[in-house]
Write a protein that binds this ligand. Structure first.
Ligand code: ADE
Ligand code: ZN
Length: 331
């Protein structure tokens, strides 16, 4: 049954599963796995969440992954995410995972895929899902290529691939061959671009990698011709407002360019990125932009419709999601 939410039915297209690891679960898993962390207590850990930029966040994000050792840990993290997101109206999620961040710590790929994939398959309330492994752009391309081979050989049910981690100095083009092979294997293609990096990385993600959706993409606004192209080609941009503020790519939520992006006709939708680190899940992001930017009901509806249009789902599921958004939008 569809519940009445103050925010629309959520279609989450930009969320890193490791970024859903809440501080309490970090400490619980650390104790379970006898992993020693350099934090005195929960308050000490929480005090470290004031980030100066993307790299500052990534340092903590990767360090905290030390508590993830077994398939059960990955399942516990994913199940906790689904429970919280379902309470916020989640209907469909295409979840990112960073296999290399675990492989380099000696955690087998199978543990990651079984844990996250198993929890997704058991998602509550008719939530549908897909899994999108992301390659770490600040690690060697050869490593990404080997991990793609391992992913394809694993037999896991994968929706697509993405590209994340430290952006500046790591242009998308380096990963052209990896993306070409993933496309040939039938995987959908997305990449982070234009988060901290320049507008040219968005162009490269489209032209060199052939991505179907751009994660973040807000720096496209520095290039008018690129904005026109993104509008003409209806390229979806998965924007994460709370993340942008916490990582200081925009000064405050009130300064966020989302309203201008909507006005320009860009296919933007709102997502959470790393909800446990940035102060909110997809519903919190919708609530925050509505309040801080004064978006009206029609603009929130457009964001919700854009997310449904951008989802990698079949026609039947898209029609269901469209109907759920329409039902929510009834006065
Ligand atoms: N990995 C997790 N969150 C990320 C972000 N916001 N940008 C790049 N890589 C990430
Ligand atoms: Zn992201």
């Amino acid at each position: 049954m569809t519940q009445a939410f103050d925010t629309p039915p959520a279609v989450e297209l930009h969320c890193h599963v490791e970024g859903t690891l809440e501080p309490e679960l970090i400490l619980e898993l650390a104790e379970r796995n006898r992993v020693s962390l350099p934090y005195a207590d929960l308050d000490d850990l929480r005090a470290r969440y004031a980030f100066t930029d993307l790299q500052h966040f990534l340092d903590l994000y990767y360090a905290n992954m030390a508590v993830l050792r077994t398939a059960e840990d990955f399942a516990a993290m994913t199940t906790a995410y689904l429970r919280r997101a379902a309470a916020g109206g989640l209907r469909h999620v295409e979840l990112f995972v960073d296999p290399q961040a675990h492989l380099v710590r000696g955690v087998p790929l199978e543990a990651v895929l079984e844990g996250v994939g198993g929890a997704l398959a058991a998602a509550p309330d008719g939530i549908t899902s897909g899994l999108i492994p992301n390659f770490l752009r600040d690690r060697p391309v050869d490593e990404a290529s080997e991990v793609l081979d391992a992913l394809l050989a694993s037999g896991a049910d994968l929706l697509g691939i993405g590209l994340d981690s430290a952006e500046v100095g790591h242009p998308p083009g380096d990963f052209a061959d990896v993306y070409a092979r993933a496309r040939a294997a039938g995987l959908r293609l997305v990449a982070h671009a234009g988060e901290e990096g320049p507008a040219s990385y968005v162009t490269d993600a489209l032209d060199v990698l052939g991505v179907e959706r751009v994660d973040h993409g807000i720096r496209c606004l520095d290039d008018h011709a690129l904005v026109r192209r993104l509008v003409d080609e209806a390229v979806p941009l998965t924007v994460c407002p709370l993340s942008n503020v916490r990582l200081r790519t925009v000064d405050t939520l009130a300064d966020h360019p989302l309203p201008g992006m909507l006005d320009a006709g860009l296919a933007v939708s709102v997502h959470s990125d790393d909800p446990a680190y940035f102060g909110g899940y997809v519903d919190d992001n919708h609530r925050a932009v509505r309040e801080a930017l004064g978006l009206d009901h029609a603009q929130v509806r457009r964001l919700a419709d854009n997310a449904v249009d951008a989802a990698f789902v079949d026609d039947r599921r898209r029609a269901e999601l469209r109907a759920e958004v329409a039902a929510w939008a009834q006065p």
